[in-house]
Design a protein around this ligand. Structure first.
Ligand code: ATP
Ligand code: MG
Length: 436
């Protein structure tokens, strides 16, 4: 895996600057910034910073100027229109000492556009949209009046100005801008390749510690071995994202990612699942199909969430029998036939209850596997013995019963989400051990 440094060229660096008071007030979310970062990375540039700045000429010039000191390409979005608060063009012109020239084609196009919109003459304020830098070029805007601009700056750097209106910005990017960047940087472009590994049931900190121990040292983030590992946690689990750039010399990118992935096997066994949608319920569906088994669910605190998650996937009828939301104790004892004695001796939130619910629902609905979940989602109902977040969940089948207790953290929503996920994960692991 040793690579010759001469074949590994570094990708062009880029920065994204979004202009607009509304972004700083928080009334508009800077989706343009995220979108541009993603597309520039896909193209093979290395985006190293993102900035937001208000509609002030001096501040726009300062931020763009700083960005240009550190990277090869600065892409600015917003403030390119004809209204007085659109100052990006002026700010950058002063910063870079741009000399403008009138582009007759652009002007003619603007006039045609205005006439087709029913205006006799082009407003003077719009005429400046036909001015382009002497050292630069316009980037056609198929959806609006203001073209984008690519301006050459000192030291071979490039400053690109795009409108703020998202659909116009995207249209320019997909058209003139991406072909311009592809031409200009060609062989230096190194798109990022990601590989996502889905895990559930292991906290981020535990997973991170195990991963750090297992990663081959030569593949850790470094100048010539740029595999980065990101941990992306949410309520349902932690996604592990491995990233590398194209153009790693002789060793192929996929091979490098394979190598890292294989080295992590030990940390991932028991918590990894495979699903195109990223949803554990999809992986569970695959496992049930493989085992030619069916499942039924008895849910108390999750209120039908598991049934919902399972049936989110088309074709679930092949393995999902149905579910009972057994919220009231009478439903647990009546419909699921949980013995009264369990309720009296152990309570509604207990191992015995979860197991009996799992057994009961499998028998009543004719499924090979039953899942039972009972717990305290809060915000009321907690005791010292059974605090809020206490959940018992069980899987039952002809092969026997497995039950787990956990105390999930968070509010009602988080507890329910985590409980549903944990119960599905338990069934998945039971299926895996039975079919392996
Ligand atoms: P125009 O030619 O219409 O004047 P512009 O280049 O001046 O366009 P702005 O006036 O800054 O762009 O913004 C136009 C609209 O585009 C805003 O009302 C906002 O809804 C949206 N917009 C601007 N910047 C962003 C951004 N960074 N992220 C998402 N939306 C944005
Ligand atoms: Mg505007």
């Amino acid at each position: 895996l040793k690579r010759d440094s001469s074949v590994v060229s570094s990708p062009p660096t880029a920065a994204v600057v979004a202009v607009g008071d509304e972004l700083l007030f928080g009334t508009t979310v800077n989706t343009n910034g995220a979108w541009l970062s993603e597309k520039l990375s896909d193209l093979g540039l290395h985006v190293v910073r993102q900035e937001m700045v208000g509609d002030r000429k001096d501040q726009i010039a300062e931020v763009v100027g700083k960005a240009l000191e550190g990277v090869e390409v600065v892409v600015v979005t917003g403030g390119l229109g004809p209204t007085p608060d659109d100052l990006t063009r002026e700010a950058v012109a002063e910063l870079l000492g741009v000399r403008w020239r009138l582009d007759e084609d652009l002007l003619a196009g603007l006039r045609r556009r205005f006439r087709s919109l029913g205006f006799e003459t082009l407003p003077e304020s719009s005429e400046r949209m036909a001015m382009i830098p002497e050292s630069g070029r316009p980037l056609a805007n198929p959806l609006g009046a203001a073209p984008g601009l690519a301006i050459e700056a000192q030291g071979g750097r490039l400053c690109v100005l795009l409108p703020g209106i998202p659909r116009e910005m995207r249209a320019i990017f997909h058209g003139d801008l991406s072909s311009f960047l592809l031409d200009r940087f060609s062989r230096r472009l190194r798109p990022v390749i990601h590989r996502t590994i889905h895990t559930t049931g292991v906290p981020e900190s535990v997973l991170a510690a195990q991963v750090a121990e297992l990663l081959p040292a030569e593949l850790l983030p470094a100048e010539l071995a740029p595999v980065t590992v990101a941990f992306l946690p949410d309520l349902r689990g932690v996604r592990l994202r491995l990233s590398t750039r194209m153009g790693n010399g002789d060793a192929g990118e996929e091979a490098i990612l394979d190598r890292v992935e294989n080295s992590l096997e030990l940390a991932l066994s028991g918590c990894r699942y495979h699903a195109g949608t990223g949803d554990l319920a999809e992986a569970l569906g695959h496992a049930l199909l493989k085992a030619e088994a069916s499942v039924a669910v008895a849910e108390s605190c999750t209120g039908g969430l598991i049934a919902k998650r399972i049936t989110d996937h088309p074709g679930a009828s092949r393995y999902f029998r149905g579910g009972v939301v057994a919220y009231a104790n009478e439903v647990k004892t009546g419909v699921l036939r949980v013995p009264h004695e369990i309720l009296q001796r152990h309570g509604a939130v207990s191992r015995e209850m979860a197991e009996s619910m799992a057994r009961g629902v499998a028998a009543r609905l004719g499924a090979a596997f039953g899942v039972g979940v009972t717990g305290i989602a809060g915000p009321g109902g907690g005791t010292a013995e059974r605090p809020i977040g206490t959940v018992w969940y069980a899987v039952g089948s002809a092969q026997g019963l497995v039950a787990r207790k956990e105390i999930f953290l968070g509010g009602r929503e988080a507890i329910r989400e985590r409980a549903a996920q944990a119960a599905m994960n338990l069934l998945l692991r039971v299926l895996e051990t039975q079919t392996s």
